[in-house]
Design a protein around this ligand. Structure first.
Ligand SMILES: [Zn+2]
Length: 244
């Protein structure tokens, strides 16, 4: 069964108060998983939380989920047939969802066409715009949408796989300087939510705090131009639990 964590709160807000248009804000890095969560939230036929098993929750495609294509800009041609498609009732569920990822890419012409769609939307139509820069989304369009916030960077742990070795103090040839923010985030997440970061499951909170402090101190030392090798060696030692 699929889990939509850490988007559960957002899904509940979406299901509790349905509407015709949403502007979802999240970091661009959350787009793919976030869209899956929105799709499950709007289209899963189960009451309450999405089931995590039906085609709306797990399928690669869904006939009532229509996504705008387009690379740098989303032009009028990409959404030209949306008003006519909107008139056709949904195939499987109660709503038909039109999605514009990174909606700040809409050209004014495309945006105006979507505004028309929202003027007298058929009851089954839902428009979802996503963005990491809400103020770059066409204001007239933005004002018609209910704002929804996805999780922030702080809420989502970094992918643990490439961090696992680092978190255990095995720095190998990794460019650990670039990884400092991710390390700090993973440690903080593990402190708040034990078990969330598999590489740190079962660690004593004191050890997590110790390593988190080591990360912060390393970042400060680097800013003060401390010797990189020294900083690295100290960090490795403290990650492995030996005195610095
Ligand atoms: Zn489902």
């Amino acid at each position: 069964m699929k889990s939509f964590e850490p988007f559960d709160g957002m899904i509940r807000a979406l299901r509790a108060r349905p509407g015709h248009a949403f502007l979802v804000e999240w970091a661009a890095s959350h787009e793919a998983r976030g869209l899956e969560a929105v799709r499950a939230g709007l289209l899963c036929p189960t009451g309450g939380d999405p089931c995590g098993a039906c085609p709306a929750c797990v399928g690669p495609d869904h006939p009532d989920w229509i996504v705008a294509r387009g690379a740098e800009r989303i032009r009028r041609e990409e959404v030209l047939d949306w008003p006519s498609r909107a008139l056709v009732p949904p195939v499987q569920g109660r709503v038909k969802v039109f999605v514009v990822p990174a909606a700040e890419r809409l050209t004014p012409e495309a945006g105006n066409l979507l505004l028309k769609l929202l003027e007298e939307p058929p009851l089954h139509v839902v428009l979802v715009l996503t963005t990491d820069r809400p103020h770059d989304v066409m204001p007239t369009l933005r004002s018609r949408c209910r704002p929804l916030r996805g999780p922030t960077d702080e809420d989502v742990p970094a992918p643990p796989d490439d961090l696992a070795a680092l978190l255990q103090g095995d720095f190998g040839t990794t460019d650990w300087v670039d990884k400092l923010p991710e390390l700090g985030r993973a440690l903080r997440t593990a402190l708040r939510d034990p078990g969330r970061i598999p590489a740190l499951a079962g660690e004593h909170p004191d050890r997590l705090v110790e390593r988190w402090q080591a990360v912060v101190e390393a970042a400060i030392a680097l800013e003060e131009n401390a010797n990189r090798d020294l900083v690295r060696r100290r960090l490795e030692r403290r990650f492995r639990g030996r005195p610095a």
